[in-house]
Ligand binder design. Sequence first.
Ligand SMILES: Nc1ncnc2c1ncn2[C@@H]1O[C@H](COP(=O)(O)OP(=O)(O)OP(=O)(O)O)[C@@H](O)[C@H]1O
Ligand SMILES: CCCCCCCCCCCCC/C=C/[C@@H](O)[C@H](CO)NC(=O)CCCCC
Ligand SMILES: [Ca+2]
Length: 530
Amino acid sequence: MLISEFFIMVNQPTLLSSQLFYENRVVEVTLNRVMLGLWKEIETRRKRSASFNCISKDVSYTERTKHHCWRCKDIIFHCLDKAQRQQWVQTINNQLSLLSIRPKRLLVYINPYSGKQRGKWIYEQRVAPLFSRASISTDVIVTESANHARDHLKTEVDLKQCDGVVCVGGDGMFSEVVHGLVSRTQSDSRVDQNQPNQDLVPCALRIGIIPAGSTDCICYSTTGTNDPVTSALHIIMGDSQPMDVCSVHHNNTFLRYSVSLLGYGFYGDVLTDSERKRWMGPSRYDFSGLKTFLTHQYYEGTVAFLPAKDNLGNPRDKIKCRTRCHICEQGANNGQLLSGDHVYKMAEENSDEETSGDGVWRVIRGKFLAINAACMSCACPRSPRGLSPYAHLADGTTDLILVRKASRLDFLRHLIRHTNKDDQFDMSFVEVHRVRRFRFAPKHSNVISEVDLSETSGKKICNQVCTAHPNNDTGHSNWNCDGEILPHADIQVSVHCQLIRLFARGVERGTTFDTYTWSVIEGSNLSWQA
Ligand SMILES: Nc1ncnc2c1ncn2[C@@H]1O[C@H](COP(=O)(O)OP(=O)(O)OP(=O)(O)O)[C@@H](O)[C@H]1O
Ligand SMILES: CCCCCCCCCCCCC/C=C/[C@@H](O)[C@H](CO)NC(=O)CCCCC
Ligand SMILES: [Ca+2]
């Protein structure tokens, strides 16, 4: 009989092989080393009923289950004597210690106020026991204020003393860690972040995300789920997923980095309104989303962008970014952030769709309900396929989505399509481009966009929310940069291909059965456990 739930590896050199007891059977157990981890091949031939007089060894391993989740399982073998047990435990531990991709020391930041304020509980109850079982030592810091983690990483930490940084919280907490690590890496390398065209130095340390926030879009888009145990196991297994980072500048001054959404208009207004309602927790986005939708504000401005190379596909090609994505490999090979400036012009006249060849900027002017740049799919529980379902995590591009002025009903249809399988880009007022840089300039006059009150449904509520709208007096919206409000509407954005790496492996395809061993514990007496 073959215990196929574990794994079957052929043509691998055998490290150790012996007859052990498993459940009430004698089994032939073979230990092999393969590329990504330590696998065990267990071929069992029913021989004779096992003698119960033996010594146990408890092997922990991770196993992929449903919906992209991973779980930790144990298997207990029983050995004939202490010497045999010692030999197995030592061989497995030796092999595990050779896996240098697995972290041994981690720096952990917990935001106690993320999401439903359960970050500390999630870490202590669900994650810390797994780290300790995997012999990972941790320095845990519960943050005391916003930017505590960012500033600590920027100035105080000896980065050589750890193998990775873990944040427990939401997208905002991840953003803090990215800012801390990227800024620190640039200042250690004497790179000036204020130059928009500057090539940045990639960060050496990987980042892990234990999701505990309100949106958890980055965790969901990089693992396929927002499950803390799955994220902990990706960290333990030492997975590595490169990721693009956008730098955002205003007049040659660095503002912020972004890895998920840069949104002007709708998402900027939702965020501006929701920040005043933090006390509502995650449901603040539903409230502010509805309010902003009813306001139906549009904004005038000019967008200029540098298109991506053709070999990186396009935002509607139905090629999803998956583990070991070939489009992302291509992007890294292209060296997407080409140095040297390109012809750049911001058209003053209304030059819709001025087309030009590769390396030449295109300029589009208009009235927009939303301008969104999705550097990754931005999939999250609210929108399982995301803002741009075919965007890539590490290809050096961002998908620029322009939603022009449209009726409230059409905009609602567009929004609803984010939550189901319909194509949100297949609408006459929506266009989407894969780009490596873009720039936006709002129309400078003090225009207050007219609010379309012609549709009668919700007219009364709409009148009320319009009077309370945060941006009515400027005619400008705000940029939502990964959940933070930017102080300027006029921005320049460049994508930096694979600037950071996460303890993740991207969203996995299908249901292939993967199993990895990650710890072995010596037991002393016999307890029959399956
Ligand atoms: N101790 C703290 N006190 C107050 N604010 C903090 C603290 N630690 C971190 N923050 C800030 O809290 C903000 C929100 O945190 P976080 O992103 O973790 O949760 P969230 O907003 O609920 O989730 P999401 O970003 O997924 O929507 C971040 O901008 C972060 O800078
Ligand atoms: C009537 C049905 C309408 C349904 C519309 C659903 C559309 C959902 C799209 C969700 C896109 C999330 C993009 C991620 C942005 C994060 O970087 C940011 C920080 O966590 N979250 C938000 O800004 C929070 C943004 C929340 C928006 C609602
Ligand atoms: Ca990308």
